[in-house]
Design a protein around this ligand. Structure first.
Ligand code: PEP
Length: 251
């Protein structure tokens, strides 16, 4: 049975007071969420420790939105895996399209980050997804395959237990444009097949694959009903407790 996951990527939103309000609202309604849905939130670096403290009595997990590939050193402004672990964080999002496009993170760099995270037993949400141009040219599967082959498929089979994949078509992130449930299912099935071909079908069957891109309460149920979609990575809608929890209740 694959784990169902709903993860909120809060990006560069919420100062400490705003986050505490949001977490308070989420915690107040937590009873409404089924125990088999694994909830996760990804605040900014400065809010990771307070989030961890606030959530330690709950089953909500905390993820960082990024980390540096080196262990330590002269990398002004960066945060290492040990720093994340030191404040209780056990999950990290790697390869989000905003990191790839705005901060020029390449597949090769992401492969290094993956290695550093896994070496320290950090769980990874590894993001992939094509831009609109590739979708229009029907190259979307090729693009995602390359992202996986160059950024993730060098890891050992045994490390896949620490990996979740998020398919996030770039054209659907923050745009209000959602992939149709059929488009999401097509790519998720392709990703599972790529994993089966590279590793084996047992690993492919076990890995949770999340969809991300303008998921909201109104469309989550249909997307999550697809057989290879195991949940969502949610941006904008995760900043409202009611919407985030409604999405978590959409399986
Ligand atoms: C995201 O940033 O991962 C995301 C999916 O954003 P949104 O839900 O706002 O499209």
């Amino acid at each position: 049975m694959r784990t169902k996951i709903v993860a909120g990527n809060w990006k560069m939103n919420c100062d400490l007071a705003e986050m505490e309000d949001l977490l308070g609202e989420i915690k107040n309604q937590l009873d409404s969420v089924s125990n088999d849905v694994h909830l996760m939130v990804a605040p900014s670096f400065t809010n990771l420790y307070p989030a961890f403290q606030s959530l330690r009595e709950t089953n909500i997990h905390v993820a960082a939105q990024n980390m540096h590939q080196e262990q330590n050193g002269a990398f002004t402004g960066e945060v290492s895996v040990e720093m994340l672990k030191g404040v209780g964080v056990k999950n990290v999002i790697l390869g989000h399209s905003e990191r790839r496009s705005i901060f020029h993170e390449t597949n090769a760099l992401l492969a290094e980050k993956v290695n550093t995270a896994l070496a320290k037993k950090m769980n990874i949400i590894f993001c992939v997804g094509e831009e609109l141009k590739s979708r229009k040219e029907a190259k979307h599967i090729e693009v995602v395959k390359e992202q996986l082959e160059k950024g993730l498929f060098h890891i050992k089979a045994e490390n896949f237990k620490n990996v979740v994949i998020a398919y996030e078509p770039v054209w659907a992130i923050g745009t209000g444009e959602t992939a149709t449930p059929e488009q999401a299912q097509e790519m998720h099935a392709e990703i599972r097949k790529m994993i089966a071909d590279q590793y084996n079908s047992a690993i492919a069957d076990e890995v949770s694959i999340l969809y991300g891109g303008s998921v909201k309460p109104a469309n989550a149920k249909e997307i999550f009903s697809k057989k290879d979609v195991d949940g969502g990575l949610i941006g904008g809608a995760s900043l409202k407790a009611d919407d985030f929890l409604a999405i978590a209740n959409s399986f």
